[in-house]
Design a protein around this ligand. Structure first.
Ligand SMILES: [Zn+2]
Length: 244
């Protein structure tokens, strides 16, 4: 692949860099010497390299090398028009440039999620781009939101968009694990017996207190309920004190 560059663009550093690299490669090969052609290094030599050389600029030194072998000082070449066959009057810098494609594609990297698959145990979003999981909001991210005082956003990330759960808690005994659901007695049976229709009882009740009077609904992360269950398996009772 050929690299073409107008001489007038050399004031630009980006355009200047290929010239230096070309001169180093070309000048070095003509003289049969090894040359350091590392891209984007300073074109001016450091103090350590200065000794033993008359020129302060590496480009000047390489330009002299090119000129000795009959090339243009700045690496320019004479080109002819492909249409008319006439010589192009401007100075054109020409030399080999090697490119390599970067294989990291946006389509392979992007990750986004509003709602999606959750872990059946913790009820929190699963991880992994392939599975449509979420981007982990870890402790450091939590700390940064705390430092900014963005409490509502923190609540949204860690609770609302994560494992939001409404638990039935017994305010009498403070337990959130003793909830039982009461099936109301079927109406047709009562009608057959001849009893008056009874007021349907509350659907949830505390199995330990044998009543549904103290039941309250509390929003909490599901993992908190999971923690209470884990502690209960180790014979540790967790009680909640509810208040308005
Ligand atoms: Zn209770």
């Amino acid at each position: 692949m050929l690299f073409l560059c107008a001489f007038t663009a050399l004031a630009n550093l980006t355009s200047f860099e290929p010239l230096r690299r070309y001169e180093e490669k070309h000048g070095g090969s003509l003289h049969g010497k090894y040359k350091d052609a590392t891209p984007f290094r300073s074109s001016v030599k450091t103090d350590g390299e200065k000794s033993g050389s008359k020129s302060a600029s590496l480009v000047d030194e390489l330009g002299v090398m090119l000129k000795e072998k009959g090339f243009n000082y700045h690496g320019c070449e004479v080109l002819y028009s492909g249409v008319y066959g006439t010589e192009l009057t401007c100075e054109i810098f020409i030399g080999p440039v090697y490119y390599q494609r970067l294989r990291h594609m946006v389509s392979d990297k992007y990750q986004v999620r509003s709602t999606g698959p959750i872990d059946p145990v913790t009820r929190q979003p699963v991880k992994g781009r392939k599975r449509g999981g979420g981007v982990r909001f870890g402790e450091m991210e939590r700390d940064s939101l705390l430092a900014h005082g963005a409490a509502y956003l923190l609540h949204d990330r860690l609770h609302t968009c994560s494992d939001y759960h409404i638990a039935d808690v017994c305010s009498i005994c403070g337990s959130l694990l003793t909830t039982t659901f009461i099936q109301p007695q079927k109406l047709p049976v009562r009608q057959i017996v001849g009893l008056p229709p009874r007021k349907p009882p509350s659907k949830v009740a505390c199995h330990a207190c044998q009543t549904g009077k103290g039941m309250e609904t509390v929003a909490m992360p599901y993992i908190f309920r999971y923690l209470a269950a884990e502690l209960a398996s180790m014979n540790i009772k967790m009680t909640l004190k509810l208040s308005n």
